[in-house]
Ligand binder design. Structure first.
Ligand code: NAD
Ligand code: IPM
Ligand code: MN
Length: 368
């Protein structure tokens, strides 16, 4: 039966390469009677090359209409000197903003087989399961005023504005407390209340929400610089980290290395639920287009495949299918299959599609 529609936006570089493996899993599900109607469109540099903009209004409208987007990655050196509004990354930011995807879930999970692939000692990361919850539609990414102006003396002046309202903080913090209740019941709220007004408001708002609606959840406040240090010092102290747009960007790349590679970190960006309980959502690996390895067929597709597992779980309530995909990934890692970024001694080195092959074979075995 047809379970729903997905808009595919593969984008640039390895974004398109890893999305090919998601297509294969969608084909596998279809053969088992779980069918998605997949439409595909251009974003990022790929859209700029054809349309002269990183995201057309038509694609934006389609994303809002379909409501569920599977995104690869955008960007590349070819586009680095374009004016701000035409950069590939603006396409991604516009999707997040106009779909109002304020809650970005970035789970950093260490698979048993990869404890030794982390840059930290295995005992520090074994069994790690941290959820970084990044606010995604506010803060310095979108605050006004912003831009570069010429000064009278010939200098230039650049401005970005960090801004948050109570309701923006509250709605993402609420997602954090709800997540924590289903996990280990602990939230770290991360800001810099010691230097930033947005940090002060963040801290007050999260504390007040906790005292009012989530007294059963443990809440700790932490400065963002300390959090970065604690993530590499003793990462297992964390359950859910809720933080702003920019700190969340930095802290999630940092957490990625605990799992072995940036190529392992998935994400789900969720909007608010409507009257029928449906929410708009976009799923994407945390990594970018990786120009240094693009076109070689060696990118790790696991972050993207795990993002697709999150799509199954959060957008279509297919928890069992999501579990099976994650189990298949965990098993092939146990069997020693490795892309270059997570290679270890004695492993079986595979390409992007080789990893896809192994995962599909394991899905067959698990479903038999
Ligand atoms: P990047 O994430 O593309 O790459 C960082 C490093 O990690 C590179 O060495 C890369 O080879 C490696 N890496 C990333 N994903 C990997 C994977 N799946 N398998 C193996 N290795 C992987 O970050 P960057 O180099 O800073 O940025 C490159 C471009 O991507 C820029 O234009 C940037 O703006 C863009 N970007 C896009 C997104 C996105 O679309 N969501 C995210 C981050 C960066
Ligand atoms: C990410 C990326 C994006 C961000 C860029 C490409 C706009 O780094 O999704 O982590 O900064 O949010
Ligand atoms: Mn990032």
């Amino acid at each position: 039966a047809q379970v729903g529609r997905i808009l595919f936006l593969p984008g640039d570089g390895i974004g398109a390469e890893v999305m090919t493996e998601v297509r294969r899993v969608i084909g596998w599900l279809a053969r088992r009677g779980i069918e998605f109607a997949v439409e595909e469109d251009l974003v990022g540099g790929a859209a700029y090359d054809v349309h002269g903009v990183p995201l057309t209004d038509a694609t934006m409208a389609k994303a809002n209409e379909i409501g569920t987007v599977m995104f690869g990655a955008v960007g590349g050196p070819k586009y680095d000197d374009l004016p701000f509004a035409l950069k590939p990354e603006r396409g991604l930011l516009r999707l997040r903003k106009e779909m109002d995807l304020f809650a970005n879930l970035r789970p950093a999970i260490v698979f048993p087989a990869l404890a030794g692939a982390s840059s930290l000692k295995p005992e520090l990361v074994e069994g790690l399961d941290v959820m970084i919850l990044r606010e995604l539609t506010g803060g310095v990414y979108f605050g006004e005023p912003r831009g570069i102006t010429e000064l009278a003396d010939g200098q230039k002046r650049a401005v970005d504005t960090q801004v948050y309202t109570t309701s923006e903080i509250e709605r993402v913090a609420r997602v954090g407390f709800e997540l924590a209740r289903k996990r280990r019941n602990k939230v770290h709220s991360v800001e810099k209340a010691n230097v930033m007004h947005t940090g002060v408001l963040w801290r007050q708002t999260v504390q007040a929400l906790r005292d009012r609606d989530y007294p059963d959840v443990e809440l700790e406040h932490m400065y963002a610089d300390n959090c970065a240090m604690q993530l590499v010092r003793r990462p297992k102290q964390f359950d859910v980290i809720v933080t702003d747009n920019l700190f969340g960007d930095l802290l999630s790349d940092c957490a990625a290395m605990l799992t072995g590679s940036l190529g392992m970190l998935p994400s789900a960006s969720l909007g608010a639920a409507d009257a029928n309980g449906r929410r708009k959502a976009m799923y994407e690996p945390v990594h970018g287009s990786a120009p240094d390895i693009a076109g070689q067929g060696i990118a790790n597709p696991i972050a993207c495949l795990m993002s697709f597992a999150m799509l199954l779980r959060y957008s279509f309530d297919l928890g069992a299918e999501a579990d099976r995909l994650e189990k298949a990934i965990s098993n092939v890692l146990d069997q020693g299959y490795r892309t270059a970024d997570i290679a270890q001694d004695g492993c079986t080195r595979v390409s992007t599609s080789g990893m896809g092959d192994a995962i599909l074979k394991e899905l067959d075995r698990l479903a038999a």
